[in-house]
Design a protein around this ligand. Structure first.
Ligand code: TUI
Length: 307
């Protein structure tokens, strides 16, 4: 399936893997790239040296293009932006902020820039700043989210910009893929389905929580201080939401989340840790390789779109 996104990125299938902190390391990025999608290394809150190492390791595992996701709240975002240029990374996606200040250096270095946006306003600003495409990410997504749903955001972004739009949030199978295409998207980005991929280093306990999750098992924490994060309900979310209701300070709440994503993904503490996943976790039923995931989605979507 050819779209402007497959052409832009030189990939076989219009499927992009979300740049998930801790989950999306070089193993997952290379596996998705080798399966014909766009794999991403999620820089998350990692230091620039760690990201450089991940990029070099991914290059050893694949000859296909892959990218890096820069989480803009990372205090080392400036150094990571430079590392991307130094290491000749082909594609960058960004999240949790406005990447405007890096746009010129990336464009000059020939890096394709795809900001993740949660509003029409930011999508338009990014197009004016020279973005090659945007990911329009709905509130169904896991992790740090905006407020508009995928169903409402994607067509409004498609109407507002001329660059290709990639749909994200609530997509995990061929039906979601086909629906995104109907909304005018030219690719999809998926995170939750890839958290349980065989090649993902996600702790087995985390994968089990995603696989076990039902339709209404996610919760949004951090709404009160402007950093809403979608994650699967557990002891951590219950305590957090109670503290939020009681008017806890941002400092106290941040203490509760400090290192909590790592705790869940790396250590497998899915009781006290943050198990970020989207609302579509209820649809994710088993662990599969990246190749199986992508082939299955493309086959199902192909049949639906043909019909
Ligand atoms: O970035 C994401 N998802 C993420 S980042 C992340 S790490 C984290 N952990 C704990 C707390 C906060 C972050 C986990 N998941 N998705 C892309 C995304 N970007 N969603 C929403 C936004 C966004 C929000 C506000 C982008 C821009 C923005 O404001 C732009 C501005 O003008 O500042």
């Amino acid at each position: 399936m050819k779209t402007r996104v497959t052409e832009l990125l030189g990939i076989e299938y219009p499927i992009i893997q979300g740049g998930m902190a801790w989950v999306a390391d070089h193993h997952l990025a290379a596996a998705v790239a080798n399966a014909g999608g766009l794999g991403l290394i999620g820089a998350g809150g990692a230091p620039a040296d760690f990201v450089r190492e991940q990029i070099r390791k991914a290059k050893e595992l694949t000859d296909k293009p892959f990218g890096v996701n820069v989480m803009l709240m990372n205090p080392e975002a400036d150094a990571i932006a430079q590392t991307i240029v130094d290491e000749g990374v082909k594609v960058v996606t960004t999240g949790a902020g406005n990447p405007g200040k890096y746009m010129a250096m990336w464009k000059e270095a020939g890096v394709k820039v795809i900001p993740v946006v949660a509003s029409v306003a930011l999508a338009k600003m990014m197009e004016r700043a020279g973005a090659d495409a945007v990911v329009a990410e709905g509130t169904e997504s896991g992790g740090h989210i905006g407020s508009a749903t995928t169903m409402t955001l994607v067509p409004q972004v498609v109407d507002a910009v001329n660059i290709p739009v990639i749909a994200a949030g609530g997509i995990a199978d061929g039906r979601g893929f086909a629906a995104a295409m109907m909304l005018g998207a030219e690719a999809v980005q998926m995170g939750t389905r890839f958290t349980v991929a065989t090649e993902a280093i996600t702790h087995a306990n985390y994968k089990a929580q995603v696989i076990k999750a039902k339709d209404i098992d996610s919760e949004v924490t951090g709404m009160s201080h402007g950093h809403p994060v979608r994650q699967i309900r557990n002891k951590m979310t219950r305590e957090y939401l109670q503290k939020e209701k009681d008017g806890a300070s941002m400092e106290e709440l941040e203490y509760l989340t400090l290192g909590s994503l790592r705790k869940a993904v790396v250590e497998g503490d899915v009781v006290n840790g943050t198990v970020m996943a989207g609302q579509i976790a209820g649809l994710v039923k088993k662990e599969q390789t990246c190749s199986e995931i992508i082939e299955e989605i493309m086959k199902e979507a192909g049949e639906l779109l043909h019909r």
